[in-house]
Design a protein around this ligand. Structure first.
Ligand code: Z5A
Ligand code: MG
Length: 219
């Protein structure tokens, strides 16, 4: 009997939407009900490339906007074989941020790289089966504590990131068919309520039929 390949789920969303904490809880829940699932995150700071990204985010080094964009993308490419092997072994992946963060954060930079240029390094990476956007209102964001010390944790920049995410989702909607649609979940509510909605959507997707081979590449 062939193993059904794992589901590749990506969570995206604005700062403090709860992506990291929801991903951790979701992975625990899925494993507890018998769906073998691995947590991944980008940036993955535990690699040579990821360590450079960590130094950049922590303002320890300066890098050209194009160069750091390519590093974020290279960080995903270096984990491509791991993503494909994990899915092929029948294990699901829940991924905290992916290529969409890469595009939205660089495209939000004033006088930074062009939006279409930002998309190019991501072309060919494994495409997620399910993309979930955790939306959060400015009021809920504010209630979850102040920004930290990292480079992008600045209110005006975060507003432009939101606009870039919206542009990205509009473009994918217009492209139609080949791109799986985004599922948006309002993350303003209580943590457990958001978790229930997430778990319901992901379990339903795990149970759906999907292609036996590896996921298609991002276009
Ligand atoms: N970046 C990039 O530029 N290019 C790329 O290609 C990629 C990323 C992949 C670091 O990412 C930066 O890298 C990030 C994007 C950029 N810059 N910014 N901003 P990161 O993923 O390491 O960032 P982070 O430090 O994890 O922050 P975050 O992802 O924005 O936060 P979050 O994961 O969405 O939230 P959380 O840590 O789960 O929760 C935040 C707090 O809210 C915490 O105290 C929770 O307990 C609380 N919380 C969560 N949910 C709720 C609810 N429902 N109610 C009340 N309180 C809640
Ligand atoms: Mg996070």
């Amino acid at each position: 009997m062939t193993t059904k390949r794992g589901l590749f789920v990506v969570l995206e969303g604005m700062d403090r939407a709860g992506k990291s904490s929801q991903c951790r809880r979701l992975v625990d829940h899925l494993n507890s009900i018998g769906h073998r699932t691995e947590l991944m995150r980008f940036p993955e700071r535990d690699s040579a490339i990821g360590s450079l990204i960590g130094q950049y985010l922590g303002r320890k080094i300066e890098l050209d906007d194009h160069a750091v964009h390519l590093l974020f993308s290279a960080n995903r490419w270096e984990f491509r074989p791991h993503i494909l092997d994990t899915l092929a072994s029948g294990v699901n992946i829940v991924c905290d941020r992916y290529a969409y963060s890469g595009i939205a954060f660089t495209a939000a930079k004033a006088d930074g790289p062009d939006f279409h240029w930002c998309c190019q390094p991501e072309v060919g990476l494994p495409a997620p089966d399910l993309k979930i956007f955790l939306s959060v209102s400015p009021e809920a964001q504010a209630s979850r504590g102040g920004f930290g010390a990292e480079r992008y944790e600045v209110a005006d920049f975060q507003r432009r990131v939101g606009e870039a995410y919206a542009r990205l989702m509009r473009l994918e909607d217009q492209a139609g068919g080949s791109c799986p649609a985004w599922l948006t979940i309002n993350a303003d509510g209580a943590f457990d309520e958001v978790q229930q909605q997430l778990a319901k959507a992901v379990v339903a997707a795990i149970d759906c039929p999907r292609s036996a081979g590896p996921p298609a590449g991002l276009r």
